[in-house]
Write a protein that binds this ligand. Structure first.
Ligand code: SF4
Length: 297
């Protein structure tokens, strides 16, 4: 019991650190993607937007401030080893308390409201907030925690369509294209387009969110899916929407797809947009309570 309590404290401290860290200091893969975007953008307004984003990131670092005022909703992705000696119920408590502490101690803007009354529910927590995605790993005793604060501008640009199976890949491409063209400048492009394909309606949406948590530009391990990622990336960057919707060559930094097998008469496709401030911070926690901070996964 003592060990579990200590471990719960470790997870709480880690969550409090990850939430603030993610908001202040964006990962190197994202910095590289934005820098590459500056180089290939030919539109003058588009390039100016990207240069402003680069300066924004530098100022946040110099002043130890947030890269964006929208502290988002705290989303965590947890990979829990089957032998990790803290029950997921306690892990959830720790993530919630860590989120509250980060919000109060920094302090951060609290965005959480009751979905009907719109009254604030506390320090970025509430009923079923934060949101935690779980994956359970056999034959392992560790815990990986990834914090992905999700801004509302990009989250509002989320879409689901139950495509017709007979329309195949063409139908998928058309829906993703329509979604991104419809979103225009609203989700603060250029960002990461997460696409979830297959499973059920709810699972496709889950997969789309999972997709945006990957390091920028990583490819799906299934070559067929990876090819579709590349095709969609090229297609979306031909729309001319450009940085912040002001026109240009760079509309998206990456397209990530996660997929699941599905029913023969289903073809669910979900899109979840992650803005340029694609914040992400992670930690590996061992069964003994050692914490290894990491930006690479
Ligand atoms: S969408 Fe992203 S960059 Fe735009 S305001 Fe929200 S968090 Fe900030």
């Amino acid at each position: 019991m003592t060990v579990a309590t200590d471990l719960q404290q470790v997870v709480e401290d880690t969550a409090a650190h990850l939430y603030v860290w993610a908001l202040k200091d964006i990962p190197q893969d994202l910095r590289d993607a934005i820098a590459a975007a500056v180089e290939r953008e030919t539109s003058v307004p588009g390039r100016r937007v990207l240069e402003t984003i680069v300066r924004n990131v530098e100022v946040a670092e110099e002043r130890q401030n947030l890269v964006c005022q929208d502290t988002g909703i705290a989303v965590y992705a947890c990979r829990v080893g089957e032998h990790f000696p803290l029950h997921p119920a306690r892990i959830y408590d720790a993530l919630k308390t860590g989120t509250e502490r980060a919000t109060v101690e920094h302090p951060l803007r609290s965005n959480a409201v009751h979905t009907i009354t719109r009254e604030n529910t506390g320090p970025n927590t509430g009923h079923r907030l934060p949101i935690v995605h779980w994956e359970f790993i056999p034959d392992w005793d560790g815990l990986d925690v990834k914090c992905v604060p999700k801004g509302s501008g990009s989250e509002n640009m989320s879409f689901l369509k139950m495509c017709v199976p007979a329309d195949g890949v063409k139908g998928i491409k058309q829906f993703v294209l329509e979604s991104i063209v419809g979103a225009g400048g609203k989700p603060c492009p250029p960002g990461i387009v997460g696409v979830g394909i297959g499973g059920s309606a709810d699972y496709a949406v889950y997969l789309a969110k999972d997709a945006i948590t990957r390091p920028v530009g990583t490819r799906n391990s299934d070559p067929v899916v990876a090819e579709l990622e590349a095709e969609l990336y090229d297609l979306l960057n031909q729309t001319g929407i450009g940085p912040m919707g002001l026109g240009g060559d760079v509309t998206v930094l990456a397209v990530h797809i996660e997929h699941a097998d599905t029913h023969m008469t289903l073809n669910p496709v979900a899109v979840n947009y992650q803005c340029w401030a694609a914040r992400r911070a992670s930690a590996h926690i061992s069964a003994a309570g050692d914490v290894d901070l990491d930006r690479e996964f």
